[in-house]
Design a protein around this ligand. Structure first.
Ligand code: DP6
Length: 331
């Protein structure tokens, strides 16, 4: 009763920020993302009658595996419980999980983590779910955006109720050679988790206006993906990211995920765009900047970034397939 899955992180072009139901993890608005080829989590789950308790080990930043505890452990156990309930068993599990990128800094480590956990968990118990039901189960993990890491390529997470809020692929990963160059300024754990952030969204006076705008943005981003129109996509996603961060900054208490480097990088990118490099910026709940461009601009951008101070590392991503089961176990 052991299985391993690998799942990509995803970068939101239209962000999920705020919920209508915290328990069922129902988003206030639909969102659209791209799966990231170089930011993945691999997770092995084994259920065994001999295990006395659930144990979860994570390999943070290529160091040794360490056992997780506290709220993170609780979230994993709750997801294991949802999986066990489907099979009506109470068998304890051992989980090993390995990230290919720094965790906990707005790079959706929990998205890839919970997508891999959920797929490995159901596979280990030989539970068969179609993609829609798997994305719904993954959504409930608490890291809602994890449901977008299940389908292939470019993904929309539909808002709705428990049965209708799921993620589906709009286009497969081969559709468009977009890139996401993640510019990492800070790989430490973020101060305020997204879970707490979602709750604060409603306290911002700008939130209502944002929710009115999002359906228009969803329409524009879908259309830009369909026609592979980078200018249309880029303009929409930059405005969208700034809108989410404006809500964060005007929440009570305010949330400011950016560092001075974040702003410096946004301004530099706008300057490079004036110089003819077509690239756009988006930022999740962290200080790192995601540069969205087509493959043809990659070398130019990497050259610029090599001369930009404060960059810990860059991670170059292509659109990726969604979560999948693999044969090689971590233990
Ligand atoms: C800002 O609640 O899914 O990244 O548990 O940290 O993965 P994590 O976050 P989650 O919220 C994600 C918020 C976001 C925007 C997005 O990915 O849509």
């Amino acid at each position: 009763m052991k299985a391993t899955a690998i799942a990509p992180a995803n970068i939101a072009f239209v962000k999920y920020w705020g919920r209508t139901d915290d328990t069922l993890v129902l988003p206030s608005n639909a969102s659209i993302s791209m799966n990231l080829s170089a930011c993945t989590t691999t997770t092995t789950v084994e259920f065994n009658e001999a295990f006395k308790e659930d144990e979860v080990f994570i390999n943070f930043d290529a160091q040794d595996f360490s056992r997780i505890q506290g709220i993170k452990m609780q979230k994993v156990v709750e997801q294991l419980d949802r999986i066990r309930a489907l099979k009506k068993v109470q068998i304890k599990a051992k989980v090993y999980s390995k990230n290919s990128f720094p965790a906990g800094n707005g790079m959706a480590s929990s998205a890839s983590g919970f997508a891999a956990l959920t797929l490995a968990g159901i596979s280990a118990l030989d539970i068969h779910l179609d993609e829609k039901d798997l994305s719904i189960l993954t959504r409930k993990s608490g890291s809602g955006s994890a449901c977008r890491s299940i389908p292939d390529g470019f993904v929309e997470w539909i808002d709705g109720d428990d049965a209708t809020s799921y993620a589906r692929s709009l286009y497969d990963h081969d559709w468009w050679d977009l890139m996401d160059i993640v510019v990492v300024f800070d790989s430490s754990t973020k101060q305020v988790s997204s879970i707490d952030g979602h709750k604060l969204a409603w306290s911002s006076p700008l939130y209502k206006a944002r929710l009115e705008q999002v359906p228009i943005t969803i329409h524009n981003v879908r259309d830009a993906l369909r026609t592979k129109d980078l200018t249309k996509l880029g303009k929409a996603i930059e405005a969208e990211a700034l809108s989410m961060h404006a809500v964060m900054m005007t929440s009570n208490p305010p949330l400011l995920y950016w560092s001075a480097k974040t702003i410096e990088c946004i301004k530099a990118l706008w300057q490079w765009r004036k110089e003819g490099i077509e690239a756009y910026v988006t930022i999740d709940a962290g200080s790192n900047v995601h540069i969205i461009c087509e493959e043809k601009e990659k070398d130019n951008l990497m050259d610029k970034l090599s001369r930009f101070s404060g960059v810990i590392k860059t991670i170059v991503n292509k659109p990726a397939i969604g979560a999948r089961v693999v044969e090689k176990h971590l233990f």
